[in-house]
Design a protein around this ligand. Structure first.
Ligand code: HEC
Length: 129
């Protein structure tokens, strides 16, 4: 009799779990809250947005967060500059250029908006150790 009760308990748990997983509303509700967070804390949202933009562009073929690749690591960039350089760095992402880290040029990203470039720089500068 005891054994039977345990099996019943296990079955009930399995049914409860699979019910939860198959409820699509729960996932979509979580997703929809994100834009609200953006307006509440725009600085933090700017950073994570910058990371998303970097991941969506070609940056990571030449840059890594913590190691030199074709270009300097983002941590090196963060250590070298401050918030005061935000504008200059955003322009550099859009226009490309060389000379600050060596003779290998960074390719221009002409289609990118200044606003998005700034968000990327904000994220990079947030890596300062
Ligand atoms: C083709 C390779 C390549 C790609 C793609 C690339 N970079 Fe670079 N990046 C470089 C190189 C090389 C440098 C060093 C330039 C120099 O010496 O001034 C650099 C420098 C930088 C710097 C520092 C600029 C400075 O003047 O010190 C930032 C910030 C940066 N990249 C961000 C980005 C972002 C954001 C993207 C994606 C939109 C990106 N890079 C895509 C190669 C690349």
């Amino acid at each position: 009799m005891k054994k039977y009760l345990i099996i019943c308990g296990v079955l009930a748990a399995v049914v409860a779990c699979s019910k939860k997983e198959s409820n699509p509303n729960m996932d979509s509700n979580v997703m929809m809250e994100e834009p609200v967070v953006k307006t509440v804390d725009s600085a933090a949202a700017g950073k994570s947005e910058g990371l998303a933009l970097i991941e969506g562009a070609d940056c990571l073929t030449c840059h890594k967060v913590d190691a030199k690749l074709v270009g300097p690591s983002y941590q090196e960039v963060a250590d070298k500059y401050t918030e005061a350089d935000l504008d200059m760095l955003a322009n550099k992402i859009i226009d490309g250029g060389k000379g600050n880290w060596g003779e290998i040029p960074m390719t221009p990203h002409t289609g990118m908006s200044k606003e998005n470039a700034k968000k990327m720089v904000e994220y990079i500068l947030s890596l300062k150790k």
